[in-house]
Write a protein that binds this ligand. Sequence first.
Ligand SMILES: Nc1ncnc2c1ncn2[C@@H]1O[C@H](COP(=O)(O)OP(=O)(O)OP(=O)(O)O)[C@@H](O)[C@H]1O
Ligand SMILES: Nc1ccn([C@H]2C[C@H](O)[C@@H](COP(=O)(O)O)O2)c(=O)n1
Ligand SMILES: [Mg+2]
Length: 190
Amino acid sequence: MHNVVFVLGPPGSGKGTICAKIQENLNYVHLSAGDLLRAERQREGSEFGALIESHIRNGSIVPVEITCSLLENAMKASGDVKGFLVDGFPRNEDNLQGWNKQMEGKALVQFVLFLSCPVPICIERCLNRGQGRTDDNEESLKKRVETYNHQTFPIIEHFEKSGLVREVKSERSVDEVYADVVKVFEQDNQ
Ligand SMILES: Nc1ncnc2c1ncn2[C@@H]1O[C@H](COP(=O)(O)OP(=O)(O)OP(=O)(O)O)[C@@H](O)[C@H]1O
Ligand SMILES: Nc1ccn([C@H]2C[C@H](O)[C@@H](COP(=O)(O)O)O2)c(=O)n1
Ligand SMILES: [Mg+2]
């Protein structure tokens, strides 16, 4: 049974940055759904490359059959670990239903780490990110924020109903955000 922490928040809220620090210090394995999709997009012979690129540019969400299989394969390849940080997933109802169907009996969701951050700050961070992403531009970001507000935030509200959400405000410095994230993991592991 894989232990899983979902990490959600608007684009640019710091999910990847914080997950990298958790992986380094708290023995969780960071799986970014976005990174896995970008790798699949580039994979020689992938039948999904064009589809993935179109969704990424459009800020829309790739069908869960593709994303969830990439996540499950990555978990299987990681062997026996303390747990997984599943970054940027589930991002919509299709993701959630697909996860429940494919991962039933295989994964236990400990909690959802929600990095909340005002959208203008998020957009500024993405525009200054400098990683050459095809979706770090005004047009894609507008659509990504729309997707977050209308499709992803309802998923956070779904988990909130079960008391699984741990919100950390992430407009502060990385160190301040991370200090509070460590407290969340410490409280959960008590
Ligand atoms: N607390 C912070 N303060 C200032 N800059 C930050 C903070 N956290 C992350 N950043 C910077 O903001 C940018 C976006 O961070 P990151 O890639 O971690 O966000 P994300 O939530 O994974 O975004 P996306 O959903 O687009 O992948 C990066 O350039 C990162 O260095
Ligand atoms: N569950 C997911 C996660 C990501 N994607 C696509 C669409 C996102 O805008 C893009 C980038 O994700 P990020 O690196 O910003 O977390 O990847 C998706 O379709 N489904
Ligand atoms: Mg990210």
